[in-house]
Design a protein around this ligand. Structure first.
Ligand SMILES: NC(=O)c1ccc[n+]([C@@H]2O[C@H](COP(=O)([O-])OP(=O)(O)OC[C@H]3O[C@@H](n4cnc5c(N)ncnc54)[C@H](OP(=O)(O)O)[C@@H]3O)[C@@H](O)[C@H]2O)c1
Length: 378
């Protein structure tokens, strides 16, 4: 990880304005990848002069948007921002320059940017030019970091953030003894999954699920809302067994990526590629190593967030590889009495060694209970 900024406890007034930057940042949800969610507020004599947030790639950064929205001259103001300002030229000019040009006197930052091209540079430029730079206290900083977990993990590791989603019975089954799994969760829960697909860069299943359920894995969001981005659909399929006639290949216009092993027959790979499937080869001696290789390949293609939709064996390999960052489990009030368990991993020998969530949220959705458990934070 990159050097962590010196923490300066911001007073209450600063925490209030920083809270507003986080609210603004959230407005870009589902649109900004590969860029982070960022919000900014310009305040002078205790009054907000302008605010803004990052809308999406190629659009102005939050700081520039907030400065442009100012109702009066921002010279001598304080700029609050949820992520450290950049100092590099990307698709838009550096924010540090815009802040200096506007005559801002003080900048208060909620969280660091761990990407190599950014980390610490913007604040350094500002300080050098005489701008007072302060960092938020840990509580606000954590909230700001949680906003950008996919961006942060990708910046730090080169791999996407993995959210494992599953629908299970009260006795922890994701399919009955005959393999039936439709539908364990309520309609409302399934609608939520479509929302998540619309927000993710990619959605993945194992070939077992692709063959058993023939899913489309597209985001079908209710209310006529058209998702702004289309998630890449990924199948972990060592032998390239995905049928060219499957709904994944034929059923929708969204990109499909297949991750196979070097041993997959060349003729089958070529047939899938000819049908429009991107075929990637992931090397590795075991399933966990091949998970890592697949994630590296997706990360190289700019995938920052992956919604892993099972099944149990692929999810188990992700767990064994230490690559599940968050679990979202819809627990339905039904008992299957047998069938497949939610995760088929090697598992731990003692409860003391079990992975423990660092943050859990619980919500009722229809008849189901949704448990969202973060396993680690970036
Ligand atoms: N209730 C739910 O939320 C839910 C969600 C999804 C699925 N399901 C159910 O789960 C069942 C399917 O699950 P499943 O466990 O049989 O299949 P799966 O986990 O979908 O796929 C497992 C297969 O993926 C392939 N694979 C490729 N790379 C891998 C890697 N690195 N690690 C592990 N596997 C890799 C392996 O086959 P190759 O070696 O041939 O590539 C493996 O057999 C179905 O009944 C489905 O309905 C339920």
């Amino acid at each position: 990880m990159t050097a962590s900024p010196t923490q300066t406890l911001a007073p209450e007034r600063d925490a209030f304005h920083l809270g507003r930057t986080l609210e603004l940042a959230r407005r870009g949800s589902g649109r900004t990848s590969p860029n982070p969610l960022v919000g900014a507020v310009v305040v002078k004599d205790g009054r907000p002069l302008g605010e803004g947030y990052h809308w999406g790639p190629g659009e102005p950064h939050a700081e520039a948007a907030a400065l442009a929205a100012c109702s009066e001259d921002p010279a001598g103001s304080t700029l609050y921002v949820s992520l450290e300002p950049c100092a590099h030229h990307g698709r838009t000019p550096p924010c540090a320059e815009a802040i200096l040009a506007a005559g801002v006197e003080r900048v208060v930052i909620a969280s660091d940017d761990p990407s190599a091209k950014a980390s610490g540079r913007g604040p350094e430029v500002l300080r050098r030019e005489g701008v007072e730079v302060q960092w938020a206290g840990e509580e606000v900083a954590q909230e700001a970091r949680l906003l950008n977990q996919p961006f942060r993990k990708h910046a730090i590791t080169g791999r996407p953030l993995v959210v494992f989603k599953s629908a299970l019975t009260l006795d922890g089954r994701v399919a009955t003894r005959t393999g039936d799994s439709r539908w364990i969760s309520s309609e409302e829960s399934r609608a939520r999954v479509h929302r998540w697909r619309a927000d993710a860069d990619a959605v993945a299943v194992g070939i077992g699920t692709a063959l058993a359920d023939d899913p489309l894995l597209t985001a079908r969001v209710d209310g006529g809302e058209v998702p702004t981005r289309v998630a890449r659909r990924v199948v972990f399929d060592s032998g390239a067994r995905l049928p060219v006639s499957s709904r994944l290949v034929r059923g929708a216009d969204a990109p499909v990526t297949l991750i196979c092993s070097p041993a997959a027959p060349r003729s089958v790979r070529d047939a899938l590629a000819a049908a429009g499937v991107e075929v990637l080869v992931g090397e590795g001696d075991d399933e966990a190593a091949r998970v890592g290789a697949g994630l590296d390949a997706l990360g190289d293609r700019g995938v920052q967030s992956l919604l892993l939709e099972g099944g149990p064996r692929l999810a188990g390999a992700f767990l064994d590889a230490g690559e599940i960052d968050e679990v979202r489990a819809f627990v339905a009030p039904i008992l299957a009495g047998g069938g497949r368990g939610v995760l088929e991993a090697e598992g731990v020998a003692s409860i003391a060694d079990a992975r423990r969530a660092v943050g859990v949220e619980v919500e009722r959705i229809g008849d189901d209970t949704l448990l969202q458990a973060r396993l680690r934070e970036w």
